[in-house]
Design a protein around this ligand. Structure first.
Ligand code: GTP
Ligand code: MG
Length: 315
C-alpha cells in the first residue's frame, strides 16, 4: 500500500500523486471507503448535530482534493483504500489539508463585500486555517475609491490579518504576494469572477487556466472554474477552486461565533459577564458599542448571531 495526495477530482476520477515517487495516476475510490464511523471529535468535517451528538454516526465520507490517502499500487485502477485523518477541511471550497486560504475579493465586478469577508473569515478561522485577504482588480477603481477601501481594510491589518492588493492582469502587487506560497499548501477562495484563476495564471502562465469576464447582463458571474485542483508552486501547492455565490453558515453554535471574530477577546474583561458575554443582549457589554471595533464588524457579528439563532429555532 502506498500513500498519495489527491490533486483533483473530475467525474468520479481522482488524480493522485504518490508522496514518494511523485508519479501521477488516475484513481477511483474503492467501495470500502463509502462508510466511516464518525465520532463527535471526528477529524472529518461531518456535522454532528446536537441531537445526535451522543450517538456514533456512520456516514459516507468521500475522499476530496487535498486528502492524503493510501492506494493499491498493484491494481491498474489504483483504488484509493483509506483517507488519512484530515488536518483541516473546508466545504466551500471543497478541500482538505491546507495551510492557508487566500480570500479573494475584487474592488468591483463583483463589488467588495464586507459582510462576505466577515463570513469568510469566520469559516476559515473555525476550520483552523490561516486566512490572508487579497484584493484584486485594484486597477478598476479610481485612486480615491481605492484609498477609501484601503482605509477601511487597514482595520483588518491592525487586528492581525495579512492584506494584499493586486492587479493580476499587470502582475502588479505580486512581488510581496509571491513570498507567501513558499512550501505551503494554499487554497484560493472567493466569489465567482473575483479572479482566482487569473491570479494563478499570473503566477504560472504555462497553466493557461480558463478565465472569463463576468456577465454584466446577469449581474453575476458565470462560474468558469468547475473543479478544485492543486498545482505545484514554490515547493508547495496552490489550489484553484470554483467560485460560489453564497456561503453556508449553518454550522455554528451561536456561543462559539465570537471566538472567530478574533479581536473581540481582548475586550471581554470589561464585559459584565466576562467571557460568557455573547455581545448581543447582555447589559454592560464592552464589545457591542465599542468604537475601537470597526462598526461593520460589530454589525455583522450581530447579524450572524441572530441568523444562527433563527436557524436553530427552525429545528
Ligand atoms: N482589470 C483586472 N481584471 C481582472 C483582474 N483579475 C481578474 N480579472 C478579470 O476578471 C474576470 C474573472 O476572472 P476569473 O479568473 O475567471 O475569475 P474566477 O474567480 O476564477 O471565477 P470562477 O472560476 O467563476 O470562480 C476575467 O475577465 C479576468 O480577466 C485584475 O486584477 N484586474
Ligand atoms: Mg476560475
Amino acid at each position: 500500500m502506498r500513500k498519495a495526495r489527491i490533486l483533483k477530482l473530475i467525474g468520479g476520477w481522482y488524480t493522485i500523486e504518490d508522496l514518494t515517487t511523485k508519479a501521477i495516476y488516475d484513481a477511483k475510490a474503492s467501495g470500502k471507503l463509502r462508510y466511516m464511523r464518525l465520532e463527535e471529535d471526528s477529524a472529518f468535517l461531518e456535522q454532528v448535530t446536537k441531537r445526535v451528538k451522543k450517538e456514533i454516526q456512520i456516514k459516507q465520507v468521500p475522499p476530496k482534493v487535498g486528502d492524503i490517502v493510501s492506494y493499491d499500487d498493484s491494481d491498474i485502477n489504483k483504488p484509493i483504500q483509506e483517507i488519512f485523518p484530515r488536518k483541516n477541511e473546508l466545504k466551500r471550497p471543497d478541500i482538505a489539508n491546507v495551510d492557508q486560504a487566500l480570500l479573494l475579493f475584487s474592488t468591483i465586478e463583483p463589488h467588495f463585500n464586507f459582510n462576505l469577508l466577515d463570513q469568510f473569515l469566520v469559516l476559515i478561522e473555525k476550520a483552523d486555517i490561516k486566512p490572508l485577504i487579497i484584493v484584486t482588480k485594484k486597477d478598476l477603481v479610481s485612486l480615491q475609491e481605492l484609498t477609501k477601501l484601503k482605509n477601511k481594510l487597514s482595520y483588518y491589518q491592525k487586528i492581525g490579518y495579512q492584506l494584499y492588493y493586486v492587479n493580476s492582469k499587470e502582475k502588479s502587487g505580486f512581488d510581496d504576494l509571491k513570498k507567501v506560497f513558499t512550501n505551503k499548501v494554499t487554497v484560493l477562495a472567493g466569489q465567482t469572477g473575483v479572479g482566482k484563476s487569473t491570479l494563478i495564471n499570473a503566477l504560472m502562465p504555462e497553466l493557461n487556466i480558463e478565465t472569463q469576464a463576468i456577465s454584466r447582463a446577469l449581474g453575476r458571474g458565470k462560474h468558469t472554474t468547475r473543479h478544485t485542483e492543486l498545482y505545484h508552486y514554490y515547493g508547495g501547492y496552490v489550489a484553484d477552486t470554483p467560485g460560489f455565490s453564497k456561503l453556508d453558515f449553518n454550522i455554528f453554535n451561536k456561543e462559539e461565533l465570537k471566538q472567530y471574530f478574533i479581536e473581540f477577546e481582548k475586550y471581554n474583561h470589561l464585559c459584565q459577564f466576562k467571557n460568557k458575554c455573547n455581545h448581543v443582549y447582555e447589559p454592560n457589554c464592552n464589545v457591542k458599542n465599542n468604537p475601537e471595533i470597526l462598526l461593520s464588524r460589530r454589525e455583522n457579528y450581530q447579524k450572524f448571531f441572530k441568523e444562527i439563532e433563527s436557524q436553530k429555532e427552525r429545528y
